[in-house]
Design a protein around this ligand. Structure first.
Ligand code: PRP
Ligand code: URA
Length: 209
């Protein structure tokens, strides 16, 4: 079973409260989603491998550490995942970015894939799949299916708010994928929205309500 981790650093929790508030406008929502994503990237990247590097400080020679050339790809699930990309790029600027377009049918709650564009060497990259919301888990599961079909194997799923139903479904479908979230909420309502959640992440990010 993959790791499930709630990243409950006080700064993350404080910022999450800002975006949960229904009075938070589009501009602040966008800014704070990026800030939370940067903070989460710090923990999500904690196990990136290091290698030795010989350097010279002003005081003399030393064996220092550098990232071991592990290639990273950030893959947002469209639309709302786009809101998390820039925040992660702040910490990992050399990462490539792939896109997976997915929308959830409002009645059936079933996800539908409409776009996939990935770096050509996706099979060799450590992948951070990002989407603010893990609700039923259908979109995340289908996005990971699409990535695996194209050779991806090293993946972590990063979201802001998750529901117990989605975590369970994702862990069962893809036990090899670690899940990182800023909050595990109470439940899904009859329309498949996370309660208390933060509403429709895509609409709040892009002002489309
Ligand atoms: C939202 C959200 C996730 C999905 C989560 O996207 O960003 O992708 O729902 O729900 P699930 O876990 O039940 O699949 P939505 O389908 O609303 O598309 P959008 O980002 O384009 O608004
Ligand atoms: N998608 C969202 O944007 N919000 C939810 O609460 C559930 C799915």
């Amino acid at each position: 079973m993959g790791k499930f981790q709630v990243l409950d650093h006080p700064l993350i929790q404080h910022k999450l409260t800002i975006i949960r508030n229904k009075n938070c406008g589009t501009r602040s929502f966008r800014e704070v989603v990026n800030e939370i994503s940067t903070l989460m990237a710090y923990d999500v990247s904690r196990d990136m491998p290091l290698q030795d590097k010989q350097i010279e400080t002003p005081m003399g020679k030393m064996t220092a550490k550098e990232l071991a050339g592990k290639k990273v790809a950030i893959v947002p699930i469209l639309r709302a995942g786009i809101g998390m990309v820039d925040g992660i790029l702040e910490l990992i600027p050399a990462a490539k970015v792939g896109h997976i377009g997915m929308y959830r049918d409002e009645k059936t709650l079933q996800p539908h894939e409409y776009f996939v564009k990935l770096p050509s060497d996706i099979d060799q990259r450590q992948i951070f799949i990002v989407d603010p919301m893990l609700a039923t888990g259908g979109s995340a599961i289908m996005a990971i299916d699409a990535l695996k079909k194209r050779g991806a194997s090293n993946m972590k799923f990063v979201c802001l708010v998750s529901a117990p139903e989605g975590v369970k479904a994702l862990q069962e479908a893809h036990p090899d994928v670690d899940i990182y979230t800023a909050a595990l909420d109470d439940h899904l309502n009859e329309d498949g929205y996370i309660v208390p959640g933060l509403g429709d992440a895509g609409d709040r990010l892009f002002g489309t309500k």
